[in-house]
Design a protein around this ligand. Structure first.
Ligand code: M6R
Length: 366
């Protein structure tokens, strides 16, 4: 049942190239310049007329929502807010019929997300669900939605659900940007073609597993980790830290790299591994200087870099390469090494990877 893998989590990590393809199959027709999600087409006017989009979710799904905030605002110019469902529901939030709420949930059963949906519906908002489990409560309670088609996710630590959620959200952003005229035709076509290539690039990212195993052996006894990223990769840093906490029980924090100097830099010493997403992007130079600041304080750098990078290689203690893709799509590849890092550290520490202590696969109580 684990398909030859030692754990469901590893099987699910390795399924990502094929499930991302399943997620866009029949929906993304790059040659024809078409992105089509049934649940979106049926209600596209709601999105096009929305004053703003509010995304509600918990945990890893909330991180997918944060990635979506970048891509939606960047491409569609619709204002987006991303909320923890548990906070949103108890905050007496301002919601109206002009708002579109997107609820993201792998299981489709998360109590807080469900309660947030009910609240939004009672205020007249249009609610769109992105779920993995077909027929789940959230998929039934929303006005419309799109499934992620990741297949059953058994490991408590979410992996393929995250990347397929981002795939759906990216397709939505592209479709809406096209409809709104906020994207040039050439950029639109480029994104479609690049998105179609993502499964191959995820496959390529998986080739770093042996190297990541070695890095895991070096750092498995660390008591704390920092994860840093900027822009589209800030949420990836949060997700990397969550994965490590969940399955290895090592304390980890994700931060936007530029926030370092506002506090966390005080933590840096020779015992602190810092995972930095330092891919070629708009923020590259800035992230490089963050790395220098950490090195000056003797922190240990594990950098996720773009293939062929040389500048970071000279500074970092360890580098893991990922293939090139436009910045908006990079979370789909930069996430992969972080999943593998947390997996291998947990395995080396002999933890119960698929069923970590104190956690349940779906959180049906608030
Ligand atoms: O099923 P959901 O996506 O609604 O679940 C939300 C969170 O409980 C979930 O992502 C949790 O954080 C995972 N264990 C993360 O790996």
């Amino acid at each position: 049942e684990k398909g030859g893998f030692d754990h469901f989590m590893l099987k699910e990590i390795y399924e990502q190239p094929s499930v991302i393809k399943d997620t866009y199959r029949g929906r993304l027709l790059a040659d024809q310049g078409i992105v089509r999600l049934g649940g979106l087409e049926d209600h596209i006017e709601k999105f096009l007329n929305a004053d703003r989009i509010i995304i509600v979710a918990c945990g890893t799904s909330w991180h997918a929502g944060l990635v979506a905030e970048y891509i939606f605002e960047d491409l569609t110019r619709i204002p987006v807010e991303v909320e923890y469902a548990s906070e949103f529901r108890y905050r007496n939030p301002i919601i109206s019929e002009k708002d579109v709420v997107i609820a993201i949930s792998q299981s489709g059963e998360t109590a807080d997300t469900l309660a947030a949906i009910k609240l939004a519906k009672s205020k007249g908002a249009f609610v769109f669900g992105i779920c993995n489990v077909v027929g789940s409560t959230i998929s039934r309670e929303t006005h419309s939605g799109s499934y992620t088609h990741a297949g059953p996710e058994i490991g408590v630590a979410s992996t393929k659900a995250f990347t397929t959620q981002i795939t759906v959200l990216t397709m939505m952003a592209l479709r809406l940007a096209k409809a709104k005229g906020t994207i040039s035709n050439s950029a639109y076509m480029l994104y479609l073609r690049e998105l179609e290539l993502i499964p191959d690039q995820v496959q390529e990212a998986l080739l770093s597993e042996d190297k990541i195993k070695e890095i895991s052996a070096v750092f498995k006894d660390a008591r704390n980790f920092l994860y840093l990223g900027r822009g589209y990769n800030f949420p990836v840093a949060l997700e990397g830290a969550l994965k490590l906490k969940e399955i290895s029980y090592i304390h980890a924090e994700g931060y936007p790299a530029a926030e370092m100097k506002h506090g966390p830099i005080a933590l840096i010493d020779e015992h602190m591994p810092v995972v930095v997403i330092a891919i070629k992007s708009e923020h590259y130079e800035k992230v490089v200087s963050n790395i220098q600041e950490i090195k000056a304080r003797k922190g240990k750098i594990i950098a996720v870099v773009s293939k062929g990078d040389t500048a970071v290689r000279d500074m970092a203690d360890y580098v893991i390469e990922v293939p090139h893709t436009p910045e908006a799509l990079t979370p789909l590849v930069t996430t992969i090494p972080l999943q593998l890092l947390s997996y291998h550290i947990a395995v080396l520490l002999d933890k119960n990877v698929d069923q970590p202590r104190n956690l349940a696969k779906s959180v049906t109580v608030e």
